[in-house]
Write a protein of this length. Structure first.
Length: 165
């Protein structure tokens, strides 16, 4: 039996997206989780090379650039510039997928989560890429993204979970 369709979740705050991962799994989808920009870029490259396939990618706008172990090994200077780069790493991932890898909306639908969903810079960079952004806040971040999932990733029927993504 092959794996059910897969969703890529890019977020370094697992506690904040655990509800999302559980919701997706409850719908019958397999979830692959990338905790940083570097790993997510590898996953996106694999999609462009035909090695991986995702029904949807859900990307946090502010995500770590790399794992802490890599930072220590590479002696990364953990300064204000590094933090600023991390604050927009998800935007760079979206631009990388659409502009550099040329992954179309059909090949890889992408949506973003952000506490900065109404920020003009976020909107200006994502709108031309055909990427929606959903508000992420402590008062119920799942509301709008759940409506999106209900529309675009309805629960799978048992026979659908044996099909490839």
């Amino acid at each position: 039996m092959t794996q059910p369709p897969t969703v890529l979740v890019v977020d370094d705050q697992i506690g904040e997206v655990l509800w999302l991962i559980r919701d997706l799994q409850g719908r019958g989808y397999h979830v692959v989780h990338a905790t940083n920009e570097r790993t997510a870029r590898q996953r996106l490259l694999a999609v462009s090379l035909g090695q991986e396939s995702y029904r949807l990618a859900i990307v946090d706008i502010a995500v770590a650039i790399m794992d802490i172990e890599d930072m220590v090994r590479e002696r990364v200077n953990f300064d204000a510039r590094f933090l600023e780069d991390s604050a927009v790493a998800g935007l760079r991932l979206c631009e990388y997928a659409r502009n550099e890898l040329k992954l179309s909306k059909r090949e890889l639908p992408i949506v973003c989560l952000s506490i900065r969903a109404r920020d003009k810079d976020v909107e200006t960079r994502l709108t031309p890429l055909g990427i929606e952004v959903f508000e992420r806040d402590s008062q119920g971040p799942e509301q709008s993204i759940r409506r999106y999932l209900d529309q675009h990733l309805p629960p799978l029927k048992p026979d659908q979970t044996s099909r490839k993504a």
